[in-house]
Every structure is written in C-alpha cells, then in structure tokens.
Ligand binder design. Structure first.
Ligand code: PLP
Length: 460
C-alpha cells in the first residue's frame, strides 16, 4: 500500500487492496493499459458481490422474519448495464431517476416490481410509462400528485405509489449532496407551514397511496442524523395510519446515502452498523408491520472501482514535481472542481503495474485537460512517479469514471470488471468488458458530425 491515508486496514480491506494491486498488474500485462490505452476503469466483481451480500445480511439481521425488503440500487451511482445485472443476480433491484436510468434497469433485466422511480422532474409521459409498467413511484410534490391523480383515475393503480417527504433534519459537511436541509429541492418539506397537514390529507383522500419515502443521507451526513430522518418518516407514517384508521401505508422507503470512507481501505461505516442503529432508533420500523425499501448507491460501488492512468510526462514547476496523467476532470469531476469535499487516495504503480516503492515525495498528480485546476491530487506525498508509471485513483467505483464529463472531447475510457481466474486460484485475473472505450468516430458523431454544414447553410 502506498496511498495516503492507510490507517489500520482490516483483513477484508487488505484483501481488497491485494485484489486491486493484482488487477492493475494484470491490466498492464494483458494490454488493457499501455501507451495507446492510457486510462482504464476497473471494477472488483468480488467486492461488489460482497457489498451486496453485506447489505442484505445487515437488514435481514434486524427485520422480523418474512418482512418484504427491496434493496433498490440507486442507478445514478453506477449507470452501467452489466453492473446492474450483477447486482440483480445478487438480489438487488434498481432505483431510477430518469428515462435513461429506467432504460438501463430494463436492459439489465430488472423487473418492474423491483424498480422504484424517484425523480424531482418527471414528465407526464414518464409517469404514464411507470404506471403502465407497474413500477413504484414516489411523488415529489403536490403538482406531481395532481398528475398521478389524473393518470390513476378511478381504478386502483398497479404501481405502489408514495410521497417523498423531506424531514428537514439538517445537512452534512457537503452542501451539494445534503438532501434534508430546510430549503432542499427534494420532496415535500415537512416542517413548512401546513405541509404535514397537506401530506396527511393527501393520504386520507387517496386510499391507493401506500408508501412513504425519504432520502436524507449522503456523503458527509453523520449516521445519527440519517437515523433521525428515518425516525421522523416512520413517525409520520404512524400518524397517517392512525388518522385513516388502517394500515394504509404498508411500505417505508428509507432512501440511501450511507457515507463512504475515502481515507483508507476500511469499509466504514458498515451496513450492519447503520442497520443496528436504525433498529435501536426506530424499532417499530422493523417489527414486520412495514415493508422496507432502501436505495443505496455510493456505498455499494465506491470501494470497488479504480481508475488507472498512465503517467505521460513528469516535470517540475516552481520546484513542485508534477506527474501529468490521463485521469483528470473527465473521470473525477467532483474531485477536480471541489477537491476539499472529494479528496481521493492515489496509489503509485510502476510501468509494469507493480506498486512503486520509494521515499514519499510531495507531488501533484495532474490530469490531461487544458485548465490549470485539472489536478487529481495536489501536494500529495507518494513515491515519486516516473514517466510510463501508472497513477490509480482509488474508491472511484461510484460517481467517477462511470460519470464521464466531456471536457476537451476526451475519450470515455473502457471499463472492465475483474475477478480471480478461478475461485481460490493463487494467480491470474480475468477481465470482462463493462463499457468499451469510446472511439474518435463516436466523439465526432456525438458532437454534431452529421450536421456539419447545418449552421453555415442556415442563413446564406
Ligand atoms: C442519489 C440518491 C440515492 C443514492 O444515494 P447514495 O448517496 O449514492 O447512496 C438514493 N435515493 C435517491 C432518491 C437519490 O437521489
């Protein structure tokens, strides 16, 4: 290990790091990485399956036997069809928030009854499609509920339908990802004047409203605050059911948002820890009276992705060593634009893909884009990278290389899943393509290539 915030890693963390090191070496050996393919995204299939199993086990351990629990992966965290299919095979459904994400979930073979649609801006067409497929829908606001009313008419809808509320329990350390602030754009703001009464009345008027949804967690939110958001949502469900005099709300969707540790190979907090905290804070949620939906994204994928980029050049500027690599803003957009909120660990590998050793040297790891702030890491202490080495940005399996940003028309890198060649094998890694590298022809086509004369001819 030569990354920055090692700390004491558990056995699971050490094994994950060892798998990663092996995969980087194999990617170089097998030619997925090299002078002409200077950047690649790698996904650890064993790690993804382990996380899915840990999520299911954590909630199984605290729910009454027979409680229906749907873990719906937030597709936005890794919008890749083979990843959705892998998770589907591991018993995980999909939470989608756009027609594109719904199309990906369907392409992965995820059934409508294992899919949940949440989006703050659903068009009438999207709502109609979701209801005709029987996909669960959470209405974001009163205007959306009006649209759903019109579509539902007088018959009971096939889709389970709920309302998203914002318990306004407060934000975390990162403003852009805090969903439960007083003025968040999501859901019905529960503490606003008249809002609670409106929500309760909406359920009383619509016997088919059977779910309640809140998503208050995210990176930077402490677990107790997340648990408070869930507790307030549960209390509201109880209040509504008391008011209507029956168990109309039968399922509570507690959202996702478990934070991820980007500082070491440790998985913390663990799903088990969060599930236990929820069970202590909101015991009634787990006694079997309510079905549960969860929507975890980042925490299922982040630790299992690595973007590896070749060091094209090394140089010095103002005395500072700089490694100019092929990974920058196009694959690590959040880190480059908000480095203090989204720091990434960097691991140094030599030209053969073996961990580089050497005295720690303060250096910048720069990306390929043409603006000076395009830095994966600034002033980072690592073995000095040399030309032809590789720099790996760790924990980038969610919201990083799968979220390409088209700056400088940089090519979308290929993404490959990796696993040991055979279970228990002592050596050898196999790769499976998840997304093939973008081609220059595709760049031209996506950039209006078919309309080359369009502007010139518009006004002669
Ligand atoms: C983004 C999002 C999630 C997933 O959040 P993570 O932080 O990736 O776990 C879940 N539910 C909703 C409604 C979201 O918008």
């Amino acid at each position: 290990m030569n990354d920055t915030g090692t700390g004491s890693a558990s056995e699971a963390g050490r094994q994950r790091a060892a798998r990663r090191d092996e995969a980087v070496r194999a990617a170089v050996e097998q030619g997925l990485l090299g002078p002409d393919t200077p950047i690649v995204g790698l996904l650890d299939v064993v790690g993804i399956k382990d996380s899915a199993a840990a999520l299911r086990a954590a909630f199984d351990a605290v729910t009454a036997p027979g409680t229906p629990v749907l873990h719906a992966f937030a597709v936005k965290a890794s919008p890749l069809v083979p990843v959705l299919r892998l998770l589907h095979g591991a018993g995980i459904g999909a939470e989608v928030a756009s027609p594109g994400e719904l199309a990906l979930a369907r392409a992965a073979g995820i059934a409508p009854d294992r899919t949940v649609l949440d989006s703050p801006a659903k068009t009438p067409g999207e709502l109609r499609e979701a209801l005709s497929l029987g996909i669960a829908v959470n209405a974001d606001n009163p205007q959306e509920l009006d649209r759903i009313d019109a579509l539902v008419g007088s018959t009971a809808p096939r889709s389970p339908i709920g309302i998203r509320v914002n318990p306004q329990v407060g934000g975390g350390s990162i403003g852009a990802t805090s969903t439960a602030t007083a003025t968040s754009k999501f859901g019905v703001a529960l503490r606003d004047e008249g809002a609670r009464e409106w929500v309760t009345g909406a359920y009383a008027d619509r016997p088919w409203l059977t779910r309640l949804h809140a998503h208050t967690g995210s990176q930077g939110i402490p677990l107790p605050l997340m648990a408070r958001g869930v507790a307030e949502t549960y209390a509201l469900a109880e209040e509504i059911n008391r008011r209507v005099g029956r168990r109309q709300i039968d399922t509570i969707d507690i959202g996702g948002g478990l934070p991820v540790n980007f500082a070491s190979d440790e998985t913390s907090p663990a799903y088990a820890q969060y599930a236990r905290l929820l069970a202590e804070t909101v015991p009634g949620l787990f006694d079997g009276r309510y079905g549960l939906v969860t929507e975890f994204g980042r925490s299922l994928l982040a630790k299992h992705g690595t973007v590896v980029a070749r060091v094209e050049y090394t140089k010095r500027s103002g005395g500072r060593p700089i490694a100019v690599t092929h990974a920058g803003v196009q694959v690590a957009t959040r880190t480059v634009y908000a480095p203090d909120s989204w720091p990434l660990r960097i691991a140094a590998y030599d030209a053969k893909g073996c961990p580089r050793s050497g005295p720690p040297t303060v250096q910048d790891i720069a990306g390929p884009a043409c603006f000076s702030g395009d830095l994966l890491a600034e002033g980072r202490s690592l073995p000095l990278l040399e030309q032809g080495d590789y720099a790996a940005a760790l924990d980038t399996g969610a919201y990083y290389f799968a979220h390409h940003y088209a700056y400088n028309s940089l090519l979308r890198p290929g993404i490959y899943g990796f696993a040991p060649a055979a279970p228990e094998a002592t050596g050898g890694i196999r790769f499976a393509p998840v997304r093939t590298p973008q081609t220059l022809d595709e760049i031209v086509a996506e950039s209006g290539g078919a309309h080359v004369g369009g502007l010139q001819d518009l006004y002669l």
